[in-house]
Design a protein around this ligand. Structure first.
Ligand code: GDP
Length: 207
């Protein structure tokens, strides 16, 4: 491993869980660049935040999807913030709760001044759903930037993964002003994690 990659790994391992929040006005900001993770329930969001921070306990992973109803904030070495947003599109919770969660997500995206980039996670095997398109549409009206992370690629063949990437890229022609790039990852095989860490670090230095 190169020295640069080693220091990146070290940086992300210096993390602190700040807390869970239900109201965007209560979330501290620390004047740090912030990166949030969002996706349908069970997409592998907690697991990838664990992989990025190298902390198995940081974002609680759950076998029961749809449980994260709060916004969780992690501070990385006084350098940047990582935000774990609630999962969306979980069919087994009531419509009221689903709407509440969407409101929380949308108010975060609209109001968070230190937000630099939104990572939208898509399960490679499942692909895009209407609820993902709704999120892309919302982000583009909010004028924020987003990247996509295709998760759990260990469950798919190379060719299938490539096809998913190609079809997502085609759709992204509709979001040219907001879309940055697409990553593919497997937390299980620790693939693509370093690329995401590099992207976060580089973007945090640009402001
Ligand atoms: P969340 O609801 O989006 O936070 O999803 P979780 O992180 O709790 O993951 C949901 C399920 O997917 C769990 O059973 C994880 O073990 C599994 N999972 C997460 N990442 C991967 C991955 O890269 N590969 C595979 N095969 N399974 C994964």
């Amino acid at each position: 491993m190169s020295n640069a990659n080693r220091s990146l790994k070290l940086l992300f391992s210096k993390n602190t869980f700040i807390g869970s929040f239900y109201d965007i006005n209560n979330i501290p900001e620390f004047h740090l660049p912030e990166f949030c993770f969002i996706g349908r329930s069970n997409v592998g969001k907690s697991t990838i935040i664990n992989s990025i921070t190298k902390n198995k306990k940081l974002a609680k992973t759950s076998k029961t999807p749809g449980l994260t109803k709060s916004i969780n904030l992690f501070k990385i070495d006084n350098t940047l913030n990582i935000i774990d947003l609630p999962g969306y599109g979980y069919a087994k919770v009531s419509k009221d709760i689903r709407n509440q969660l969407l409101e929380l997500i949308e108010s975060y995206i609209l109001n968070r001044k230190n937000l630099i980039n939104i990572f939208v996670l898509i399960d490679c095997k499942i692909g895009l759903k209407d609820s993902d398109i709704d999120i892309f549409d919302f982000i583009s009206t909010s004028n924020n930037k987003f990247s996509i992370i295709l998760t759990k690629i260990d469950k798919c063949s190379f060719d299938f993964t490539q096809k998913q990437i190609d079809s997502i890229k085609t759709l992204m022609n509709n979001y040219k002003k907001n879309f940055i790039k697409i990553f593919s990852s497997s937390s299980k095989k620790n693939e693509g994690i370093l690329d995401i860490q590099k992207e976060i670090f580089n973007l945090s230095k640009k402001i």
